[in-house]
Design a binder for this molecule. Structure first.
Ligand SMILES: Cc1cc2nc3c(=O)[nH]c(=O)nc-3n(C[C@H](O)[C@H](O)[C@H](O)COP(=O)(O)OP(=O)(O)OC[C@H]3O[C@@H](n4cnc5c(N)ncnc54)[C@H](O)[C@@H]3O)c2cc1C
Length: 387
């Protein structure tokens, strides 16, 4: 029977693990984070119809019901300028509305940490936390993954699901390093109770402000109930983080417009000063929201994108998600594409031997990823040109 080594317990790696568990295929997940609740920052992820289908295909029915129940309740989006004046003509064709209760077609707004908790449920024996993969090599008919602490994990297939800075991709396909696109993404959140006086409409659904050369998205994340209560109701025993209701925001713009290249990770004061300089003259509901964000909740990232999906000879190592087709977060499809990759790979492995399964998966992944990269590139360029 095959054994799969998944490197990375992000949304893609964990969704694959769930799909393999469902198909009865043996696997281990190696994750660099020391534990499941190590990151304070859970941002909002919009999960589209493709991502929802992938979750439905891989998760047990009870966990999928919990995922649906744990998403925020949100309304339709509106498009405004820096003074919150409506800009109806700026609504992008690609904009997807949130799902309305009872109508399953729209996007669902998930908290990343909660989604990761749901995706980890039931997998404790197979996840190796604090295990950072460094390299891999062919070994007989299989593959060995070497970790920085000296441990070695052997299997019939290794899957690089280790995200944007994938160590395995760097070793295996160094030419596929994602490139900087000259833009930054700064994001954070404010507990709803600390958000102060806001225009009521900002609490009704996502607000997208095209403001002085940047784009700010603000979305209220209001949950149906506490996560412990939702877990008890849908998937007893599943331990979930409690994000509490909050306002998520993400600011995207050219690097020079947002104060030049970022300093080292953890430079929270530097990020706060950038935000203050950028939004000084904006509507008080927007500027005070950014000012009220706790420094520890603010993160900044240089936006990087893969130029395309390289071609390689199918073998004992494959990849999914950001590890092989990183995208600008402005497109809002990176996680959805990673989830769809994971569901497809799980399906191929359930139906075929490793060699055939990997070939079928890679052909499908390449098509999906090239489409997602093209639409993200077009959407990002449009945002940077028009904001
Ligand atoms: C602010 C923001 C908002 C976003 N919003 C959306 C959205 O609304 N919709 C959407 O579809 N996408 C969105 N994205 C993009 C999305 O988050 C990513 O595309 C997605 O998380 C990629 O999933 P992944 O599983 O491939 O990688 P990741 O989620 O990055 O997971 C990789 C995992 O691998 C681990 N790891 C790294 N290196 C190693 C190693 N050497 N050994 C072992 N483990 C390792 C990491 O710790 C991590 O847990 C957003 C991104 C940002 C930053």
């Amino acid at each position: 029977m095959s054994r799969i080594i998944i490197v990375g317990a992000g949304v893609g790696g964990l969704c694959l693990a769930q799909g393999l568990a469902r198909a009865g295929i043996a696997f281990e997940v190696l994750e660099a984070d020391a534990g499941p609740w190590i990151r304070g920052q859970g941002y909002r992820l919009r999960i589209d119809a493709m991502g929802q289908q992938a979750l439905r295909d891989c998760l047990p029915t009870s966990s999928f019901a919990l995922f649906q129940a744990s998403c925020a309740v949100s309304g339709s989006g509106r498009f405004v300028d820096a003074q919150l004046r409506p800009l109806r003509e700026r609504r992008p064709d690609s904009w997807r509305e949130n799902a309305v209760e009872g109508e399953p077609d729209g996007d669902m707004s998930a908290d990343l940490q909660v989604l990761r908790d749901i995706l980890s449920h039931g997998l404790a024996p197979q996840i190796r936390w604090g295990c950072r993969a460094a390299s891999c090599e062919r070994e007989g008919d299989g593959i060995a993954v070497h970790c920085e602490d000296g441990r070695v994990f052997r299997g019939d297939l290794a899957v690089a699901a280790d995200g944007l800075r994938s160590a395995l991709r760097r070793q295996w396909l160094p030419q596929a390093e994602p490139e900087s696109i000259g833009a930054l993404n700064i994001y954070g959140k404010v507990p709803l109770a600390d958000a102060g006086a806001l225009e009521p409409v900002m609490l009704a659904g996502p607000t997208v402000a095209f403001a002085d050369g940047c784009t700010l998205v603000v979305e209220p994340m209001r949950f149906r109930a506490g996560m412990a209560e939702l877990a008890d109701r849908h998937a007893p025993g599943c331990r979930l983080s409690e994000p509490g209701d909050y306002l998520y925001w993400a600011l995207f713009g050219r690097t020079e417009r947002l104060g030049g290249p970022l300093g080292p990770d953890g430079d929270e004061e530097g990020l706060r000063q950038r935000l203050q300089a950028v939004c000084r003259d904006w509507h008080p509901s927007l500027s005070s929201l950014l000012a009220r964000s706790a420094p520890a909740s603010i993160l900044g990232r240089e936006a990087r994108m893969a130029a395309g999906v390289p071609v390689w000879r199918a073998g004992k190592l494959t990849a999914l998600g950001d590890a092989i087709h990183a995208m600008s977060p402005a497109g809002g499809v990176g996680a959805n594409t990673a989830l769809a990759d994971a569901a497809m790979l799980a399906r191929c492995l359930a139906e075929d031997g490793v060699g055939q399964a990997v070939m079928r998966y890679e052909a499908d992944m390449r098509k999906r990823a090239e489409q997602a990269l093209a639409s993200t590139r077009a959407g990002t360029e449009r945002l940077l040109r028009l904001a």
